[in-house]
Design a protein around this ligand. Structure first.
Ligand code: GAR
Length: 194
C-alpha cells in the first residue's frame, strides 16, 4: 500500500481554501485531511469541516503558545503535514521544530512584496490597490518562525486593472488559490516530502 499522509488544516475564518482542499482530497488514496484546527470558535471553516465529516478543534492563544496541547493533539492523530489556510497567527517555534519543512502556507500576493505582520486577507488587496501595481497573485511557501519568509514553492499571478476594486483583486486571487493550492499541496506531500 502507498505511504499514508495525515494532514491538519489550521484556519481562522471563512475557510473557502480549506473547503477546496477537503474537496480535492476527499477520496484520495494516500492523503487524508484528518483535522481542522481554528483559533476562532465562530469561524465558518468549522461548519465547512463538518460538511466533510472532518473533526475540528478550537484553541485559544494561551493553548497555542504552550506546546503541550497542540502537539499532543497532532501526535495522537499521527499528523504528518500541516496546511495553513487563512490562518492569522504566527506559528510558534515549537511547532516549526516539530514539523520541519512539513508546514505550508498560502499568501494572497506575490511575496516578498505585501507580506509580513498585519498583511493578511483584505489588508493585502487594499495595499496592492493603493500601490497602483498592475499585477498580484499568490505565493505558496513553506513556513518558518517568521511571517511569510519560508522557502517559496509556487508563484502564480493575475492582472490588476486600474478599474479593479480591492474586492475584484481578492476575487481574482481567490480563483488562483482554489486552482493551485490543493494541487501544490498534493505535489508537496506526495512528491517532495521525504
Ligand atoms: C486567503 O486569501 C489566504 O490566502 C489569506 O486569507 C484568505 C483566507 O480566505 N491568508 C493570508 O492572508 C495569510 N497571511 P479563506 O478563509 O476563505 O480561505
Amino acid at each position: 500500500m502507498d505511504k499514508q499522509f495525515r494532514v491538519a488544516i489550521f484556519a481562522s475564518g471563512n475557510g473557502t481554501n480549506a473547503e477546496a482542499i477537503m474537496k480535492h482530497f476527499q477520496h484520495h488514496a494516500s492523503v487524508n485531511i484528518t483535522l481542522v484546527l481554528s483559533n476562532n470558535k465562530e469561524a465558518k471553516v468549522l461548519e465547512r469541516a463538518a460538511k466533510f465529516n472532518v473533526p475540528t478543534v478550537v484553541f485559544n492563544k494561551t493553548e497555542f503558545k504552550d506546546s503541550s496541547l497542540i502537539l499532543s493533539i497532532l501526535h495522537k492523530q499521527s499528523i504528518t503535514h500541516i496546511v495553513l489556510a487563512g490562518f492569522m497567527w504566527l506559528v510558534p517555534s515549537y511547532l516549526v521544530a516539530a514539523y520541519p519543512n512539513k508546514i505550508i502556507n498560502i499568501h494572497p500576493a506575490l511575496l516578498p512584496a505585501f507580506g509580513g505582520k498585519g498583511m493578511f486577507g483584505m489588508h493585502v488587496h487594499e495595499a496592492v490597490k493603493a500601490s497602483g501595481q498592475s499585477v498580484s497573485g499568490i505565493t505558496i511557501h513553506l513556513v518558518n518562525e517568521h511571517y511569510d519568509e519560508g522557502k517559496f514553492l509556487l508563484h502564480k499571478s493575475c492582472d490588476v486593472l486600474s478599474s479593479d476594486s480591492s474586492q475584484d483583486i481578492a476575487n481574482k486571487v481567490h480563483a488562483l488559490e482554489y486552482e493551485w493550492y490543493p494541487k501544490q499541496i498534493e505535489e508537496w506531500i506526495t512528491l517532495l516530502s521525504d
